[in-house]
Ligand binder design. Structure first.
Ligand code: GLN
Ligand code: ZN
Length: 757
């Protein structure tokens, strides 16, 4: 009898209940009891949504982040967060630098946050030093187990494995994280013993690091660790996801554990090899439902290949979603506004578990037992395959007509640069911003009213124009050289474009946790992408009419739109990216036609799309860069193309960055002391660069000296005539009172450098 189980569930709540409870508690509006109550209600709701399974996931539920939970569980909290012995306060201090009621002097540096593998979820990075020790504090986890078992459920605790825990962390001194394994293992053993005492049989031990490139030393450490853990009284389901095991396949199948889970969506091709290599006495768990996307599974096709495996392994076959369902929204039933046809193609976390149920039943009782559900599933898939909403011949023809020269500028950068110098007449160290200006309460109110249809187009447009005109005036007063319209009309840099493009759908409650209480609502790309009409031209045009200074048009690039959306799975990602590229290209051409001579195409998420395995990077980078080139390179030589990326690790992708051939790239560098410009220097990167000279995430006013210092650093690494002066990123989350003095100082800093040049 096939066992059906789950690896993890979204914890933010179907209506983001946990988010609001957290934020209210942080603000001091509510007491701790209220937060705990809401969290428990979310936890219980999660369990009830998993009740149909043989094993429910517990332990993945978290107030903020499950890695942070492990940091606390292993007593790995940095000393700076420990003031007082209130554990919840320590927890939030590490999460966000402060706990409710902390005085100013108690604010500390929050733990670093970084992306969880190749997802848009961010976790708190464990910190390791030579002094690091581990002591078990598993109260929270044990409580979850008891609560689930108290409800009569056979809960399966989910913990992050010791190697992945060390792999996720960061050494704060010269320590090699692996050297901590010996100290960490006793804590794990104790934890497993305590879990066993709760009456638990199986523990899911997540080791997604096994789908990444591991050195021999790390591989060896897996043997050591799991040999030690094999003495624990519980059965371990070694769990991998997000990709194929490849060169770690043998290792993963040989470790002394009772079961292995693999991602049979992304690594379907490895199922056969794993079936062969994994001892027939062990549990094989196959992740057959895509936990990273929102499409209905093809249940019949899955059964076609799954039935023979089930026949072979009998009750030692388990099935589950490919990974934790954390990465998809909670419940499709919440959606009442989405087009019913599109809705019939979708499946969120709750629905995915129902799909799993159908598969489980089919494997146990035969397909006849679920004939109705399978027929319904087939009908939905068929409707999606043939729907006129998905296929657009105009788009297909336009794609087929792309010529290689469409991806290339007419002249080299050197020639273009000479033209830009002559036309634009910019000073040395030209100053500009990344695009957005403060999104004030008034701006947000305007957009809200307009969405609710309480505001006519005319009133809305007039009001936004006023905001733009003011924003231009401020920039002129500040003495900036290249202005922007300020993005007041945009809720979000992807949503704004998605809403105007064909092929995109939006949900009401399709929230996915990004970090802590922060959630994103990714658009759903379901069909061929087309731009029916200009999206930004009117605003940008109006902005340009307010000033004689050059104004930068502002667009989001195809790779970023792709990487921040749920993407259709019926064609390769590169094809969807290419279609978006073509749509943005139309916008670029229209902006140029309207007389805009500088166009910035943001690719904030280019790096985020990198595959987990280095060997696959070039494939991704090739098509991603091509999509950017397709949209950017439609312009005449006289037009200056800008791009922006909000990170600073360029060493390993610098060739691709150069291949973008943007005339100007602005990047985040202020926090790294410009050290990261070395990549550009070493590569002899020829085009212009705007290294961010101050951190927009901080409310502090950057001093002139600090920015002069950074610019001098930059000028020591790159030719001064290639440098621009700008903040690290957009200013939309800041207040005008913060932005004005900061930019004023930034302009002064640029002047100081010019004076010395
Ligand atoms: N142009 C965008 C802004 O300024 C860029 C944002 C981003 O890079 N994340 O807000
Ligand atoms: Zn940015």
């Amino acid at each position: 009898m096939t066992v059906i189980h789950n690896l993890g569930f979204p914890r933010i709540g179907p209506r983001r209940e946990l988010k609001f409870a957290l934020e209210n508690y942080w603000k001091g509006n509510t007491e701790r009891e209220e937060l705990v109550e809401t969290a428990q209600a979310c936890f219980d709701d999660n369990l009830s949504r998993q009740a149909n399974l043989d094993l429910q996931a517990v332990g993945d539920f978290s107030l903020y982040d499950q890695v942070l939970d492990h940091i606390v569980m292993f007593g790995n909290i940095p000393a700076r967060c420990k003031a007082g012995d209130d554990e919840l306060h320590q927890y939030f201090r590490l999460a966000r630098g402060r706990a409710p009621g902390d005085e100013n002097e108690q604010h500390v540096a929050a733990g670093e946050m970084t992306k969880w593998f190749d997802t848009n979820y961010h976790y708190i990075v464990p910190e390791f030093t030579n002094e690091t020790t581990f002591t078990l504090n598993d109260k929270a986890l044990i409580k979850q187990i008891h609560r689930a078992r108290g409800q009569g459920l056979d809960a399966k605790p989910v913990i992050i494995g010791p190697l992945t825990y060390l792999w996720l962390g960061k050494a704060k001194d010269d320590i090699n994280p692996l050297s901590l394994l010996e100290k960490l293992l006793p804590a794990y053993l104790e934890l497993l013993r305590n879990i066993s005492r709760c009456g638990v049989q199986w523990v899911q031990i997540d080791e997604p690091a096994l789908v990444t490139d591991l050195s021999a030393q790390w591989q060896q450490a897996y043997h050591v660790a799991y040999q030690a853990l094999s003495h624990s009284p519980v059965k371990l389901l070694l769990t991998t996801y997000f990709g194929a095991l490849e060169d770690n396949l043998e290792l993963a199948t040989q470790l002394p554990v009772e079961g292995l889970h693999i991602d049979a969506v992304r690594a379907r091709h490895e199922v056969e090899a794993v079936v062969k290599q994994l001892s027939p006495k062990k549990v094989l768990s196959l992740g057959v439902i895509d936990g990273r996307n929102i499409w209905k599974s093809d249940l019949t096709a899955t059964l076609d290949w799954l039935e023979p495996v089930a026949a072979k392994r009998g009750n030692l076959l388990w099935i589950a979603p490919s990974c934790s369902l954390l990465h998809v929204p909670v419940d499709l039933d919440s959606e009442s506004r989405i087009d019913p046809e599109i809705k019939s193609w979708l499946s969120f976390a709750t629905q995915k578990l129902q799909e799993l149920d159908v598969l489980g039943k089919a494997l146990r009782e035969g397909r006849e037992a679920v004939a109705k559900q399978l027929a319904k599933n087939n009908a939905a898939l068929l409707s999606r395959r043939v729907s006129a909403r998905v296929h657009n011949d105009t788009v297909r023809q336009a794609i087929a007509a792309i010529k290689p020269e469409d991806l290339t500028r007419t002249s080299s950068f050197a020639a273009r640069n000479r033209l830009h110098k002559a036309h634009l007449q910019l000073p040395l160290y030209p100053t500009t911003t990344i695009g957005s200006f403060p999104q004030t309460g008034e701006i947000r109110r305007l957009r809200r009213e307009r969405k609710a249809n309480n505001l006519s187009d005319f009133h809305y447009n007039t009001a936004i124009r006023e905001v733009i005109a003011d924003c231009i005036k401020e920039q002129e007063n500040l003495g900036l050289d290249v202005l922007v319209h300020g993005e007041a009309e945009r809720n979000d840099m992807v949503e704004y474009f998605g809403e105007q493009l064909e092929g995109f759908a939006f949900t009401q409650f399709g929230w996915v946790q990004s970090y802590g209480s922060r959630c994103v609502k990714p658009p759903i790309i379901y069909g061929d992408v087309r731009r029916p009409k200009p999206m930004t031209v009117e605003w940008v045009n109006f902005a340009q009419s307010c000033t004689t200074k050059p104004l930068k048009g502002m667009l989001t690039g195809p790779v970023t739109i792709l990487n921040w959306s749920f993407v259709r799975d019926d064609q390769p990602r590169w094809q969807t990216c290419q279609q978006i590229g073509l749509a943005i290209r139309d916008e670029v051409i229209d902006l140029e036609k309207a007389g805009i001579r500088m166009i910035q195409i943001d690719e904030a998420a280019l790096r985020e799309g990198l595959p987990l395995r280095k060997s696959e990077w070039h494939k991704y980078l090739d098509w991603a860069v091509d999509a950017f080139r397709l949209c950017a390179n439609a312009v005449y030589d006289t037009t200056q193309i800008h791009t922006h990326m909000c990170y600073s690790e360029f060493n390993d992708i610098i060739e691709s960055i150069a291949r973008l051939d943007a005339d100007v790239i602005s990047i985040e560098t202020s926090r790294s002391d410009m050290a990261l410009l070395d990549a550009f220097n070493d590569f002899e990167y020829p085009n212009q660069i705007g290294p961010g000279v101050y951190d927009i995430h901080s409310p502090n006013t950057p001093s002139i000296e600090s920015m002069v210092y950074l610019l001098n650093q930059a000028a020591s690494k790159l030719p001064a005539q290639n440098l621009w002066v700008n903040p690290d990123c957009g200013l939309k989350t800041r207040q005008w009172e913060e932005v004005k003095p900061a930019l004023k100082n930034m302009v002064e800093a640029a002047k100081a450098l010019r004076a010395k040049a």
